[in-house]
Design a protein. Structure first.
Length: 131
């Protein structure tokens, strides 16, 4: 994992070279926007195809935004996504942000797949008024 982890001595002890992995990666990828977007899309697709619990529901949609692929959000904001996100403990406020985003993108792109799940947004917002 060099250069993130470097050997400290000959006994097999290692240390982190940089204390913030995200900052380290962002400093490397700056200037490589296309690669950054490809990586963000690959991470989002992996999370969405292999449910990683809380990580999936907090990170997948923001990663799609980083990848400039907001057009994919409505097809992933499904009833299953909402139910699982709520079960994982995603806040109502965060889920509402995702719901509004999915709704806006579907309307903006006139995406028939996105329209298919728009009732999910409407049911979600109705259900939230009960709590």
């Amino acid at each position: 994992l060099y250069p993130l982890i470097v050997p400290v001595n000959d006994n097999g002890d290692y240390s982190l070279f940089h204390n913030d992995f995200r900052v380290f990666l962002m400093s490397i990828i700056t200037g490589y926007q296309e690669r950054y977007e490809e990586t963000a899309l690959a991470l989002a697709e992996d999370l969405l195809s292999h449910d990683e619990g809380l990580l999936t529901y907090t990170s997948a949609i923001p990663l799609l935004l980083c990848a400039n692929r907001a057009d994919l959000i409505p097809q992933h904001f499904t009833p299953s996504f909402v139910i699982n996100a709520l079960a994982e403990g995603i806040s109502r406020q965060r889920l509402d942000e995702f719901a509004r985003l999915a709704y806006d993108v579907a309307c903006e792109n006139r995406n028939i797949d996105g329209y298919y799940y728009l009732p999910c947004y409407q049911k979600y917002t109705s259900a939230c008024t009960l709590f």
